[in-house]
Design a protein around this ligand. Structure first.
Ligand code: ZN
Length: 485
């Protein structure tokens, strides 16, 4: 979701993090059922465990009997979103992610979690905390379609019930650090993600304005030092390090029930250099060190046994080579494509124009083969099934390596470099990751797949908060309590 990633002059700062903190986060078993469960799957199994494994082997069969327990599975839940997290970051032991790999071993993970359509940052983060698709949250892109540069920063943009409200109603304290769509008075300890569209790399000036009164000053005094546009700049790894330090301070000091934080630099380097580039590995190492710092704070605070850690991402990343400009192809036909990286969505100039999709489809199907083979056409029915924007009448999805550009003039196809996302979430390169560990979570487990709309229900369940999530389920095999088989 980077805006202008021009250089990486601050790589020297990475030297500060060469001593990556590896916290052996020896995970607790559910405090509520500690005496009755054997979590080591290599030990002889109880009938319940056999059932858990059998269900797990069935690969993401949703738990149709989501239980209503009378006690919280955990007392503190930390949700860490690593923007553009791909599963290989923790599946491949050669990656510089000792903390993620330790959490994976000691908790439950998946090899893929599917994002929203488009697989984009703000639609995905809205889905995470509502359990609903963009068609219901109305967060269909990062920014509203008519935006002059502002993104969907305010929670009021989400047209579905959010966990923030549910947790507040349940009298549970919450915290958000650099979390997308989190400008809100409902969050107890808040340092939201927001910037001035004119100076998008500066993540602190506007954030200071919208943070909980006095909170940022306390963090600067006790955890980070003075935060500036330079050390809260998406081009520098220091921003994610400061996010981690702020999270550690908030957790230790205020012990919120729910803490959500968002690391941006992996996505930033991915956009600039492409998937798997050397700089993305450096970003990953820096984020992993930040997670180690936070895990250490949990351990030091004495709350390890009653805390759950959820690591999540929002989408994958594809290295791109060419940008297509579909608005050139449909010029004069009374409609326009709104682009989202690997996909673009059609909106008629006149919303009552019911024939636009038909007209545009005909034009696209008659394009020369050299262009026509570079994308697929998704009709309205398919968009509804995928939970995409209700107002879009058609979408195009590009082949890997191709992205869409909104330009209406010039060449129809131009070469580009770097990386992007936004493709169909079922594209394996769009898969993001998920690891859960700690209180209430099964140890040493694997879930075959997960949807990003499953996260909200998992959080609500673990914190024992009533929160219906129509598009999400708690996957079998995730939780440790025998009643969650
Ligand atoms: Zn993202």
């Amino acid at each position: 979701m980077i805006k202008n990633f021009t250089s990486f002059s601050s790589l020297g700062i990475f030297n500060l993090y060469l001593s990556i903190i590896i916290i052996i986060f020896t995970l607790p078993i559910s405090h509520a059922k500690a005496q009755t469960i054997n979590h080591n799957t290599k030990q002889p199994q109880t009938p319940n465990e056999t059932l858990i494994q059998a269900a797990n082997n069935n690969n993401h069969q949703p738990d149709q009997n989501t239980p209503t327990q009378s006690f919280p599975q955990t007392r503190h839940l930390i949700l860490i979103s690593i923007d553009a997290l791909t599963p290989d970051t923790y599946l491949n032991p050669k990656n510089p992610t000792p903390n993620l790999q330790t959490l994976k071993k000691q908790g439950t993970h998946t090899r893929h979690m599917t994002s929203t359509f488009p697989a984009y940052t703000y639609p995905a983060h809205a889905a995470m905390l509502t359990g609903q698709t963009p068609s219901n949250t109305n967060i269909t892109y990062n920014a509203p379609r008519n935006s002059k540069g502002e993104w969907n920063w305010h929670t009021t943009a989400i047209q579905a019930p959010t966990l923030w409200t549910a947790l507040k109603s349940a009298h549970l304290s919450t915290a958000a650090i650099q979390w997308p769509i989190s400008v809100s008075p409902e969050i107890t300890y808040n340092i939201p993600e927001i910037w001035d569209p004119n100076t998008p790399q500066d993540r602190i000036t506007q954030t200071r304005r919208y943070s909980s009164p006095g909170l940022l000053e306390k963090i600067e005094k006790n955890a980070t030092g003075t935060l500036t546009p330079e050390n809260m700049d998406e081009e520098h790894f220091s921003m994610d390090q400061n996010t981690a330090r702020a999270a550690a301070y908030i957790f230790s000091t205020y012990k919120p029930s729910f803490l959500a934080l968002h690391f941006a630099s992996l996505d930033g380097t991915g956009h600039h250099y492409g998937r798997g580039a050397d700089s993305t590995r450096l970003a990953l190492a820096s984020i992993d060190a930040g997670i180690g710092h936070l895990l250490e704070a949990v351990q030091r605070s004495g709350l390890k046994d009653s805390t759950t850690i959820l690591i999540t991402g929002d989408h994958g990343m594809v290295t791109m080579k060419y940008a297509l400009r579909p608005n050139i192809w449909i010029k004069g036909l009374g409609a326009r494509f709104h682009t989202a990286g690997g996909s673009c969505f059609l909106y008629p100039d006149d919303p009552k124009d019911t024939l636009a999709a038909q007209r545009i489809t005909r034009r696209l199907k008659n394009l020369p083969g050299k262009y026509r083979r570079l994308f697929r056409i998704y009709d309205k029915e398919r968009l509804i099934r995928m939970g995409a924007d209700r107002e879009a009448v058609l979408a195009l999805v590009a082949r890997d390596g191709y992205v869409f550009s909104g330009y209406e003039t010039g060449e129809e196809m131009v070469s580009v470099h770097g990386g992007h996302h936004g493709y169909d979430p079922s594209n394996p390169k769009m898969y993001t990751g998920f690891i859960a560990a700690g209180a209430g979570i099964r140890k040493g487990g694997e879930i075959k797949s997960l949807k990003i709309t499953d996260i909200a229900g998992i959080v609500a369940h673990l914190l024992n908060v009533d929160f219906p999530t129509p598009a999400g389920k708690i996957p079998a095999g995730l939780l440790s309590s025998p009643e969650h088989k």
